[in-house]
Design a protein around this ligand. Structure first.
Ligand code: CA
Length: 487
């Protein structure tokens, strides 16, 4: 069977390379219209592929997003609801199905699921969250220590896998740690953004006036939560065995530490932290973008480019100062909105506007590979949407479970987002939010305000939320909590 649809060239059982970064916001990708940086390599991918403008991660934190990527199921079905638990690797996953269909499978880089990978012929993963320099690597043969900057270490390991002879089509995930907190850039990106003053997002300085109460009590503020040393590396350097890297670091940051101290004199801690945070974060992004380019070039050099699909995605989005925050977890756009670019040989650039979710990636990969799908998978293959751009679903679904006593104190919620409206119910707080994304893309004005004119819309959205929860086989107790709130 051939896949003439997405590509200008027919593909038979294509190789699939999925580059999966951690916490990379759409706002930090130029193909998505970034105001703060350029990502020439991800853009290059988008020029030969589909860029999904409205892709969401249902449970926007690290490990649950990876569990959904693997299983094609929402957290309440695959059982992986938070970062603390160990993933149940005994269940069906996309790699096992690709293996059964004759694929060689590999996962290299950040894994973060506690249990060992299953369904992968080859795996070399970071231990836990992983370190930015000289990372500890786990593999089927044991524990080892790598030397160098982690984004480069991961890229090198992925390049080794690419370059070895393959007698089967392969599926490789390249899991980057970057740009995850604490944002420690590599030696090659330290020269970037030296004199850049980043524009502040409109909502950096906000009073959260109409939002649910959790927005005022959360611990993820750039002003108050970010620590100068631990997060912003003021007067601090990474631990690395490579002296040249440290020398480069010290050359860059001795000046930037002085600038930071100077900028604090104005009394604007929020502004000073924002600039410093952005510089660190975006340098980490640049290292990931470089990796994307190196992988693309290696695929071409190995003459695999006519039969390899390359995908770039992150596990979820990230706040880059919107609402005064860093971090993720919320279902607000900067956090739940997640980059996704799928590039196929010979494909022309296309922007896909239909609602897609990270639960769709697994069935899409199986569709590309012409392998059987697990009938329990809840995602929808994106191949038709790549062909026609037509809508897949009326609403994307969100459910966040982390306990409120966690570090960031983001309240639990369920949510739906449609073409225009987003409804969020914080079921422990018993508070609602409704946003009109067309007139209020920054989600600053909560329409759950009791005004009679909007009552029909509110009622319809609540009914649609309950229908969606039933459709995704949500737990009955959670559906009941929504129903009870209306009594
Ligand atoms: Ca993440």
């Amino acid at each position: 069977m051939i896949l003439p649809v997405v590509a200008g060239l027919p593909m038979v059982r294509p190789n699939i390379v999925l580059i999966f970064s951690d916490d990379h916001a759409r706002q930090a990708i130029s193909a998505y219209g970034s105001r703060v940086n350029q990502t020439p390599n991800i853009d290059r991918l988008a020029r030969n592929g589909a860029l999904f403008e409205r892709n969401y991660t249902s449970n926007p934190i690290c490990a649950p997003s990876r569990a959904t990527l693997l299983t094609g199921k929402y957290s309440h079905v695959n059982g992986h609801k938070d970062n603390a638990s160990a993933f149940n690797g005994a269940q069906s996953n996309v790699a096992k199905l690709l293996q059964a269909g004759g694929y060689e499978t590999a996962w290299i880089g950040k894994w973060h699921l506690v249990s060992d990978p299953t369904g992968f012929n080859h795996w070399e993963i970071l231990r836990g969250q992983g370190e930015y320099y000289d990372p500890t690597i786990l593999s089927a043969s044991g524990v080892s220590k790598a030397t160098g900057y982690t984004s480069e270490v991961i890229t090198e390991k992925a390049l080794s896998f690419l370059k070895k002879p393959h007698d089967k089509p392969f599926f490789m995930v390249v899991g980057h740690k970057a740009p995850h907190r604490p944002w420690v850039p590599g030696p090659n990106s330290l020269s970037m953004f030296k004199d850049t003053r980043f524009p502040e997002p409109k909502t950096l300085r906000t009073d959260y006036a109409t939002l649910a109460s959790g927005a005022r009590t959360v611990s993820m503020g750039i002003e108050k939560t970010l620590k100068p040393q631990a997060d912003l590396y003021v007067g601090k350097a990474p631990v690395t065995s490579i002296p040249e890297y440290l020398a480069k670091w010290s050359e860059t940051y001795s000046r930037e530490d002085r600038d930071y101290a100077e900028s604090l004199k104005s009394g604007d801690l929020l502004g000073a932290n924002y600039q410093r945070y952005m510089r660190h974060y975006l340098r980490c992004v640049q290292d990931v973008d470089t990796s994307v380019g190196q992988l693309m070039d290696a695929i071409k050099d190995a003459r695999l480019d006519k039969n390899t699909i390359i995908i770039y995605a992150s596990d979820q989005g990230f706040f880059l100062g919107e609402k005064g925050w860093f971090d993720k977890r919320w279902f607000y756009e900067p956090s739940s909105g997640t980059p996704l670019v799928i590039s196929a040989p010979g494909m022309k650039a296309r922007r896909v506007k239909t609602l897609t979710e990270n639960v769709d990636i697994a069935p899409t990969l199986l569709d590309f590979a012409q392998c059987a799908v697990d009938p329990e998978m809840q995602g929808i293959s994106l191949v038709p949407a790549m062909q026609t751009g037509k809508g897949l679903r009326g609403y994307a679904y969100g459910h966040f479970y982390e306990n409120n006593d966690g570090e960031h104190k983001v309240p639990k919620y369920v949510s739906i987002v449609g073409d225009r409206y987003k409804l969020i119910y914080y079921y422990e707080l018993r508070e609602w939010e409704l946003f009109d994304l067309k007139t209020d893309p920054d989600e600053s004005k909560n329409l759950w305000d009791g005004s009679p004119a909007l009552e029909p819309l509110r009622k319809r959205m609540v009914q649609d939320l309950i229908s969606k929860m039933r459709q995704v086989r949500e737990e009955v107790s959670v559906i009941n909590s929504v129903r009870e709130s209306l009594r």
